[in-house]
Ligand binder design. Structure first.
Ligand code: RP5
Length: 167
């Protein structure tokens, strides 16, 4: 992981509260790799590294970031605190916690007060994947080639679903 203040031209930033979130969040970055979407990935904790969080979020737009994906578990303040510092789109991924299976993470992320939005995805790996797809969809609004790659990926997914219940 690179330093949170390092310059980056990647339009997508994927941040997470702990290295323990990487097995979840890497499901999303694998999709970004497959779709040819550039990203940076790093650990930024709302509670353990508050100054890193502030620096990351305040400088994100100037560094070229356009969409932020933030995954965290438990008392998951990370996406909301990032959204407090920047008006870039923030997509929150509730990581499945051991104690409460991610319900704590979900409620921490989804219940933002009016005025500071966080787009909240599903708990766990499905949420990480869908956050990546949504980030690509957002960037595709101004990048037709990226949008075409997403459409192709969706078409391949559709084609892979069998109609019969067994072979
Ligand atoms: C959160 O606490 C992280 O996002 C992680 O999901 C959770 C547990 O972190 P570790 O104790 O595994 O580092 O901040």
């Amino acid at each position: 992981m690179s330093d949170a203040t390092a310059a980056s031209a990647a339009p997508i930033a994927v941040v997470m509260g702990s290295r323990s979130d990487w097995p979840t969040m890497s499901e999303g970055t694998a999709l970004l790799d497959a779709l040819g979407a550039a990203y940076e990935a790093k650990v930024v904790s709302a509670h353990r590294t508050p100054d890193r969080l502030s620096e990351f979020a305040r400088t994100a737009r100037a560094r070229g970031v356009k969409v932020i994906i933030a995954g965290a578990g438990g008392a998951a303040h990370l996406p909301g605190m990032i959204a407090a510092h920047t008006s870039l789109p923030v997509l929150g991924v509730p990581v499945q916690s051991k104690a409460l299976s991610g319900l704590d993470s979900l409620l921490s992320i989804v219940q933002m007060p009016a005025g500071v939005p966080v787009g909240t995805l599903a708990i766990g790996k499905a949420g990480a994947k869908n956050a990546a797809l949504m980030a690509v969809s957002i960037l595709g609004l101004s990048d037709p080639e990226l949008a075409a790659r997403l459409d192709n990926w969706r078409a391949e997914q559709t084609a892979s679903v069998p109609e019969t219940v067994e072979d």
